[in-house]
Design a protein around this ligand. Structure first.
Ligand SMILES: [Fe+2]
Ligand SMILES: [Fe+2]
Length: 196
């Protein structure tokens, strides 16, 4: 059942990045400092690399089918969560487009960007919470040790581009930038540092 703690840890990492994103947007509302678009693009790049290409596929391909086959009553919620993985990708594209508009238009593009960030953050937060509240307890109760052997192997392969065993160089820099914005416990604290 090591996969359960890996999923929870990955959700914690995600929450720290989402919190930082929200915080950066609030800062823009409160001050007239120049906006650092590179940081926003770094966050979008991270969310695409981590959430959509790394975390969600492991759930879709391994955890969800196992829970569905052992607990037929979970079919509806698992199907909804699988659908949300695709919806989340679309919301990230929407966020990226609103970021481009903001960058090009200047302050008049801010409201659209702010709305896209709020929508995305709320959506992904709720998605992760639903998994922890509804799916992980079912998995813990019903999956067999053979199921866990397979799933744990996949989740133990810790290639998280920023928090994994070998964080990619470009994400080290992003982590440093984000860590300066919001420190732990809400943002990226030392326990989440890439080289830990
Ligand atoms: Fe998910
Ligand atoms: Fe998840």
């Amino acid at each position: 059942m090591r996969a359960i703690s890996v999923i929870k840890r990955e959700h914690r990492n995600l929450h720290a990045v989402l919190f930082t994103l929200e915080h950066l947007v609030l800062e823009i509302e409160k001050s007239d400092k120049a906006v650092d678009f590179v940081v926003f693009h770094g966050i979008v790049y991270y969310l695409d690399s981590f959430l959509d290409r790394y975390h969600h596929p492991k759930e879709t391909d391994y955890l969800f089918p196992a829970v569905k086959s052992r607990c037929p009553q979970a079919k509806e919620i698992i199907d909804a969560l699988g659908y949300q993985h695709a919806q989340g990708e679309k919301l990230l594209v929407k966020l990226l487009k609103s970021l481009s508009a903001y960058e090009f238009l200047g302050p008049q593009g801010f409201q659209g960007f702010r709305q896209a960030v709020t929508e995305y953050v709320q959506f992904e937060r709720e998605h992760a919470r639903t998994e922890e509240r509804e799916v992980l307890p079912l998995a813990e109760a019903h999956l067999t040790s053979a199921d866990w052997q397979r799933i744990d192997t996949v989740f133990a392969d810790n290639q998280d581009p920023i928090f994994g065993r070998k964080p990619q160089a470009e994400f080290r820099e992003l982590f440093r930038l984000l860590g300066n914005v919001v420190p732990a416990p809400y943002g990226l604290g030392p326990e989440l540092r890439p080289d830990n």
